[in-house]
Design a binder for this molecule. Structure first.
Ligand code: RP5
Length: 165
């Protein structure tokens, strides 16, 4: 398994749909599990040790509210930990964003943006990391970027407007 994806709650799962498809498209192996830093701390530790023993490359942590999951995971491993904060309405997701982004020095969490876009970027970041050891994966990532350029050019062609009074 190349990446371990931990969700703080099943309610976080909708955020992962598009990113998981990207991992599948790139052929990245993953395990997705639910484990909470607060409600099941021993399970979190067990899963992180299993991830290290299996030679996992990154751990992506998806959590909302006072989201300690990524920081706790990072405390148990020196492998790259990527945090994806999840929006909750009470504070518009800032609680989770700051919990992950404002880690004290010494134990880093690579924090992405909120929600589905943040999870997509976490998956692409994982692919960049794995790509350092896999030329095939790097090539696919370059092609993915080139496709994005083509998509923007095509959107420009269909959406552009001009007005001159
Ligand atoms: C966090 O609290 C989870 O990551 C989730 O985003 C949030 C709410 O969890 P539930 O009350 O929906 O289980 O632990």
């Amino acid at each position: 398994m190349e990446t371990l994806i931990l969700l703080g709650s099943p309610s976080d799962k909708p955020v992962t749909t598009k990113g998981l498809q990207i991992l599948r498209d790139f052929g990245v192996s993953f395990d997705l599990r639910v484990a909470s830093a607060h409600r099941s701390p021993e399970l979190v530790k067990e899963l992180v040790h299993g991830f290290e023993n299996q030679g996992g490359e990154t751990c992506i942590c998806v959590a909302g509210k006072s989201a300690h999951l990524a920081g706790v995971v990072a405390a148990h491993t020196i492998r790259p930990v990527i945090g994806v904060p999840v929006y909750t309405p009470e504070t518009a997701g800032f609680d989770a964003l700051l919990s992950m982004g404002q880690m004290p020095k010494g134990v880093p969490v690579a924090t992405m943006g909120l929600g589905s876009a943040g999870f997509i970027n976490a998956c692409l970041f994982t692919i960049s990391i794995i790509g350092r050891k896999s030329p095939g994966m790097s090539q696919k990532l370059l092609e993915f970027r080139e496709q994005q350029v083509r998509d923007v050019v095509s959107a420009d062609a269909s959406e552009r407007e001009s007005f001159r009074p």
